[in-house]
Design a binder for this molecule. Structure first.
Ligand code: ZN
Ligand code: ZN
Length: 646
């Protein structure tokens, strides 16, 4: 065995040196000078080599000595020393000791030596719950999610008892990154564990139930997460944060902000932490609620959370994506430390504002500062090229991905490339790219092609793309409506009817258009309705008045975007009830001149709403910002920042 050898005299000198009261931390003053204690204090001081040397001289090392040695091996990240200590544990007859087994298992997982951890686990004849938990924790850590549930079942067969930690690890195993299971199988496992938790009486455990909320959130099951959350008798900040994050990340930003309000103001008076802040700021970003966002920024500064990187990243993104690009940039410039997420946020923010050149500039700055781009960086910069119409630059960047940066293109990157070519009316080239793809294109890429076909009204190519999409995503209403829109543009009414019949025959649910607007720090939501609701009467009256005025200025309703009504009058009234128009009229009624109106929409802004907003911005001399799924539109003096190209 290779041990670090010191000359005997030097060793003695060292022992005296290290055990001299002035050299030891206060808790080690007055310790007896037994070798066990000496080894322990050497471990505390980070001198693992010498501690190991002394271990060979100690005939009766105790549990605490081994515990500290094992801990030191993890800290020093030394696999060789780890095995040495393990050998000593076995030779001294401690290999059946459950306490040391948990420590050894933890150490081996920490060092990434999964096989060795398994060996320790297998050697133990009588495993208690701590040994099992250490093993589960390790498996989750290395991403062996699939194994966790198998082992959990084995544990139950062995008759081992579980505790609250067992359930949190097993739940985390269901969402561990390396898990290759399908969504349905994964969710099934979570439900199985949920049943076990209830059966074993852990429904009152905050820790377990919060993890359950978190895991359901990761599967996008907001309803189940809410069911667990509202059923909890005791909730702490972490539980609230988990539920707020669940809403923010699953397309329920409105609910996320309301929950936050409930958490700190209305009912519970809890103090949010950085995780809560990140989620609620992200929700404000989704809602374009920059006024609430500013309040949150103030809160972050007051609570000293502004040194936490994810919080600052969320703030930067909030400003930049809600139209306050220059403030977003200021936050970015003032950051003491930036990670790849900060850079990606800045790049994509320039992108959705249509500033492709700026986005590329920031991307290059990032490379210059030594940050390695990740796959998201390329999605951001390619998307920016697409919105900025920078065809050549985008193509060069795509080619450089794998060659210069070792980032392999995924479907998302191909979708960006197809979009880039498509927008530039290089549809044939885009189709060729899809043909030559090394990976399965999937709905993202075909959807991108179909979107481009709509811009340039290419029926033939659109048909081939939609055929694939109808197979791949038979339930997605958006694809059918996009294809119908393309037929309507080409005035192929029989085909429009065919698509309409297809939708009815397949029983596909239409995704309702929804828009949000923030007025005096409250968020209001509007849903597009096929029929005019009396609830919106005042808003509609204003809209009708405005439409009459702008018609005099040359506005013509784009009734072609309405697919399912034959009479012209009926189509116009459907257009009138589009959620973004309702939100706009509501905003006009409740804000002062000079204030920018900010609206977000869950779908793509339709041609008619785009045109109406342009006219109204001129007629009322107002600045109106609308963010749809694609980008930011800033309407001013009758023109839109997107150049009618989105
Ligand atoms: Zn519309
Ligand atoms: Zn626009």
């Amino acid at each position: 065995m290779l041990v670090y050898h010191l000359p005997k005299t030097l060793t003695r000198h060292c022992i005296r040196f290290f055990t001299h009261p002035s050299r030891l931390p206060s808790q080690f003053h007055h310790i007896p000078t037994g070798t066990n204690h000496l080894i322990q204090s050497l471990c505390q001081q980070g001198n693992l080599k010498q501690a190991l040397y002394l271990l060979t001289e100690e005939p009766y090392p105790n549990l605490q000595t081994f515990e500290l040695l094992i801990h030191s091996c993890s800290i020093k990240n030394s696999s060789f020393d780890a095995r040495t200590v393990h050998n000593h544990v076995i030779h001294k007859g401690f290999d059946q000791n459950p306490f040391l087994a948990t420590k050894l298992i933890g150490m081996y997982f920490e060092l990434g030596l999964v096989d060795s951890a398994c060996q320790v686990f297998d050697r133990i004849c009588k495993r208690n719950v701590f040994v099992w938990n250490a093993f589960f924790k390790g498996l989750v850590k290395v991403g062996y999610g699939d194994e966790v549930l198998c082992m959990y079942r084995r544990m139950n067969l062995d008759g081992g008892g579980s505790d609250s930690f067992t359930y949190t690890y097993v739940l985390k195993g269901c969402v561990a990154e390396e898990s290759e299971e399908s969504f349905v199988e994964g969710l099934g496992k979570v439900k199985e564990i949920h049943c076990h938790i209830l059966r074993h009486g852990y429904w009152g455990n905050v820790h377990v139930m919060t993890t359950l909320v978190d895991v359901y959130a990761k599967f996008g099951c907001v309803v189940f997460a809410g069911f667990v959350f509202y059923g909890m008798q005791v909730k702490n900040v972490v539980s609230w944060s988990a539920m707020i994050a669940c809403c923010a990340k699953n397309g329920r930003p409105f609910e996320a902000v309301e929950l936050f309000r409930e958490m700190i103001v209305e009912i519970h008076g809890l103090v949010p932490n950085s995780v809560t802040m990140v989620s609620v700021i992200q929700a404000c970003t989704a809602l374009c609620a920059v006024e609430i966002g500013r309040l949150l920024h103030g809160y972050v500064l007051r609570k000293g959370l502004n040194s936490i990187l994810p919080v600052v990243n969320a703030l930067l993104s909030m400003y930049a994506r809600c139209g306050d690009l220059h403030i977003g940039r200021r936050v970015f410039d003032q950051m003491e430390r930036r990670d790849v997420v900060s850079w990606n946020s800045m790049i994509s923010s320039y992108g959705i504002n249509g500033l492709g050149k700026k986005a590329i500039e920031v991307f290059e700055e990032m490379l210059f500062s030594g940050i390695h781009p990740n796959p998201v960086s390329f999605v951001s910069v390619l998307g920016a090229c697409s919105h900025g119409g920078l065809l050549q630059e985008g193509k060069i960047l795509f080619e450089s991905m794998e060659r210069d940066h070792g980032v392999y293109p995924t479907v998302k990157h191909y979708a960006c490339l197809v979009d880039l070519l498509g927008r530039a009316n290089r549809l044939d080239e885009a189709a060729k790219v899809i043909e030559n793809m090394q990976i399965e294109p999937g709905p993202t890429v075909w959807g991108s092609l179909l979107g481009s076909c709509r811009i340039h009204c290419n029926v033939k190519l659109a048909e081939s793309a939609s055929r694939r999409l109808f197979q791949l995503e038979p339930e997605n209403f958006g694809n059918y409506s996009l294809m119908a829109e393309i037929y309507a543009q080409a005035e192929m009414w029989d085909e429009v009817k065919r698509i309409k019949n297809l939708i009815e025959a397949r029983g596909i649910q239409k995704l309702a258009g929804c828009s949000w607007i923030e007025v005096k720090r409250r968020i209001y939501s509007f849903i597009s309705a096929d029929e005019l609701s009396p609830k919106n009467e005042v808003v509609l009256a204003l809209l009708v008045k405005l439409l009459t005025e702008i018609k005099k200025m040359g506005y013509v309703p784009h009734t072609k975007v309405v697919l399912f009504d034959t009479s012209e009058k009926g189509r116009e009234s459907i257009l009138l009830a589009h959620s973004e128009k309702l939100a706009l009229a509501f905003g006009l009624m409740n804000t002062n001149r000079g204030e920018t109106i900010r609206i977000t929409k869950n779908l793509r802004l339709c041609e008619d709403c785009h045109s109406v907003t342009k006219f109204i911005s001129k007629f009322l001399d107002r600045e109106i910002l609308v963010r749809d799924v694609n980008r930011i539109h800033l309407f001013k003096d009758g023109v839109c920042s997107c150049g009618d190209y989105w």
